[in-house]
Design a protein. Structure first.
Length: 134
């Protein structure tokens, strides 16, 4: 298992996020360039896909929590300041196994989540009310 850690931020701003990616031994074996500091155009995910695991698919998990001491120090925040943790698990198209997991930790006051929600094509409108009011 390979761990890649990045602390990123816009130029001249405080640290925005801590990003840890864990790449499976299988993916590192198939795409050894993922262990290099510079993985080339498209980054380490492209190298994993090019090595026969693409296209990757992801499942995302999110939660809020307090940071661990190391995260608070890296992000220059109080240990009592909540963070948003977003975790993505990337699954290989060829093997069906998870080959990479990425965890982003972002101070909660520096992020906004936005999602477009669309009804499925089978949804019918208008619908009759379940309870009619008199």
């Amino acid at each position: 298992m390979l761990r890649r850690r990045r602390v990123t931020s816009p130029a001249s701003e405080p640290p925005f996020q801590v990003v840890d990616s864990w790449v499976s031994a299988e993916a590192v074996r198939d795409a050894p360039q993922v262990a290099e500091p510079v993985t080339g155009p498209g980054g380490y995910l492209d190298r994993i896909e090019e090595a026969g695991h693409g296209p990757l698919t992801w499942r995302e998990y999110g939660r809020s929590r307090l940071p661990v001491r190391e995260e608070a120090a890296l992000l220059d925040i109080s240990p009592e300041s909540p963070v948003l943790e977003l975790m993505w698990a990337g699954t290989s198209h060829s093997s069906g196994r998870v080959v990479e997991v990425t965890v982003r930790v972002i101070p909660a006051d520096r992020v906004e989540l936005v999602a477009d929600l669309t009804r499925h094509d089978t949804a019918q409108w208008p619908v009759s009310p379940i309870n009619k009011r008199d």
